[in-house]
Design a protein around this ligand. Sequence first.
Ligand code: PMP
Length: 347
Amino acid sequence: MDILSKVKKSIRGLKAYDPGLTQTKYKLDANENPYDVPAVLKKAILKKAQRIPFNRYPDAATVTLKKNISKYLGVKTENIFVGNGSDEIIEYLMQTFVEQGDTVIVPTPTFEMYRIIGVINGAKIIELPLDKKFDIDEKAIITAVKKTKAKFVFLAYPNNPTGNCFSENKIMKIIESVDCFVVLDEAYYDFSGRSFLKCLKRHKNLIILRTFSKAFSMAALRMGYMIADRETVAAVNKVRLPYNINSLSQFVAVELLKADRTKVLEIIIKERKKLYALIKEKYECVDSNANFIFLKPKTPSKAQKVFEAQSISVRVFTAGPAAGWMRLTVGTPAENKLVRQILKRGV
Ligand code: PMP
């Protein structure tokens, strides 16, 4: 049997996602939190987690978790949807709303999964370049939505990989002008302190995504959530697999919501500012509202090797709209010191 000829046409051209794992000592390529959950807290959580019956299916409706997120955010549980990482929610959104050939609009460069998941689900992706200041062209987006009757506009806020928050006014203009979902992906919200959560009540087409992968140091256990109109949540629940969030992740997320992360966030933000102060003196770069910095190395072809020689992995973009630029995750103070030494010597 010719297996390749049976693969869906929309995904034949795709490559399997490559997270680019390297055997380096310092991982500054995936925008993770450099700090694990403190050992004492981790031990206490795992001790309590022993009560979780491994032979039973998880709570399919994630009742306790949603109650806790609801309390944490001050929104109703009917407005919350929980996913196995926000990646899974993006997949469910596309499954729910995108018909074959529907349009999805993304600025570029941005988080690659919007395009990849869109393509998998048969969407036609329109990529609209950011301007010179790495802000969105809201008029082009609005025009494209109206012309193509787009289903979604995806905006990461702050944007990955550029690290900046797009203009609030421009985003508001889009939300108010279009008959289409505007997904504001606030994965890095805790580092920016800026959110559109307060606008949810007034705008049914607004969808907000958050994750436990960054500020909550929980990337390994996969946990993300969406805050949206109750009808959106109800529709997306129709495609959700029954037990998408395992019992351990549900339990740990509830525990971590109670933990105070202020100190860790303060350190990361302070370190980002220190790193940026040096970078802006020597490189073309973007001021960041996230836990990473986007900059242009002088010799992009060598940058990766220079960092890897010191056992540091970073993300250097060799193709696409960010080609010639790199993204550097803020690490621990010791890691950032190493990074600064390398940047001072020049890459
Ligand atoms: N959105 C953005 C903008 C991201 O950068 C990332 C992770 N790199 C994600 C979503 C995915 O988050 P999760 O781990 O919750 O799937």
